[in-house]
Ligand binder design. Structure first.
Ligand SMILES: [Fe+2]
Length: 306
């Protein structure tokens, strides 16, 4: 086994305005599997192709946005290593033990206002991919047929320091960067812990702890097109797409959930290996990097965050 340390993004908790309406949206339209209630104000869901207990938690709140994003580590040794390496940065750490099926999650409050978790223990889900003479799926996928929670674009200040934290503490690799005009800083940075183009991206933004979007993986272009058909049929507000990114080469649609959180359906993209050179984008080509075909970013994409 060559892949060690932090393996992948594995859990996200989002704030939604109306829990019941949101559970219906993520189940019926995006196609997630319902896992169950968590207390009075939260609900757990997962992609049909994920093994772990759950990957998405919706929490009813007064404002939309993100509570935290967590990463699965190969083992407890990795978690201890992350705790030790975090000392240099001095970010506040606390433990979360209230996610059913999960062992202790170590949470770190990083300098862009986001909370990033690391865990190594999680139980298998009741509904998970088959492993004995496996069919492609066990229970037939529905809605947009989201395979799994893929990545998130987290916005906030102190991006350079946070990038260093993901590289030095989490052991992740920068796959692509979009430089500021003077090339002395980053507008956006994409980071991977595996062979994906990214598990997380960091966007420079004045307000702390903001979510630009989070993303579900679909199987391919045809599925992106079918997702667009579902969005049109059910009057789901599309932000941009269907289209492709220059960065990561992913095929994509950005749309909004009923609370105003931006969600993405994502497919394709290149495979990343740690010996690949850094892919670099200059500020004047940002449009092409994000919206590869039209090459022009829309105002809403740049300003609407939750
Ligand atoms: Fe994305």
């Amino acid at each position: 086994m060559a892949l060690k340390g932090i393996l992948r993004s594995g859990l996200i908790q989002l704030r939604v305005l109306d829990l019941e309406e949101s559970v219906d949206f993520y189940h019926d339209r995006i196609g997630l599997t319902k896992v169950g209630k968590l207390g009075n104000d939260r609900f757990m869901l997962k992609g049909y192709d994920e093994f772990d207990h759950h990957s998405v938690v919706l929490r009813e709140a007064d404002s939309p946005g993100i509570d935290f994003m967590c990463f699965k580590a190969l083992d407890e040794e990795t978690v201890k290593d992350v705790i030790a390496k975090n000392e240099k940065f001095g970010y506040e750490r606390y433990e979360v033990t209230d996610q059913p099926g999960f062992g202790t999650i170590q949470m770190f409050k990083i300098a862009n206002g986001h909370t990033i978790g690391v865990y190594s223990e999680v139980e298998l889900a009741e509904q998970k991919p088959m492993t004995c003479n496996p069919k492609i799926w066990d229970k037939e996928p529905h809605g947009m047929e989201a395979n799994l929670f893929d990545h998130a674009l987290l916005a906030g200040p102190n991006q350079g320091e946070c990038v260093n934290w993901f590289v030095e503490v989490m052991g992740m690799a920068i796959t692509e960067v979009l430089y500021t005009e003077d090339k002395n800083g980053y507008i956006c940075t994409w980071l991977s812990s595996n062979t994906r183009g990214h598990d997380v991206a960091l966007l420079n933004f004045p307000d702390a702890g903001k979510l630009h979007h989070f993303s579900f993986q679909l199987s391919g272009w045809n599925d992106i097109g079918r997702a667009a058909d579902i969005m049109a049929r059910y009057n789901i507000k599309i932000d941009a797409g269907p289209m492709r990114h220059g960065v990561t080469r992913g095929q994509t649609i950005y749309f909004f959930d009923p609370s105003g959180n931006r969600v993405e359906t994502y497919a394709g993209g290149y495979e990343y290996f740690p010996d690949a050179p850094l892919r670099e984008w200059s500020a004047d080509r940002a449009g092409e990097g994000i919206f590869y075909y039209t090459k022009e970013l829309n105002e809403r994409f740049l300003t609407v965050l939750t």
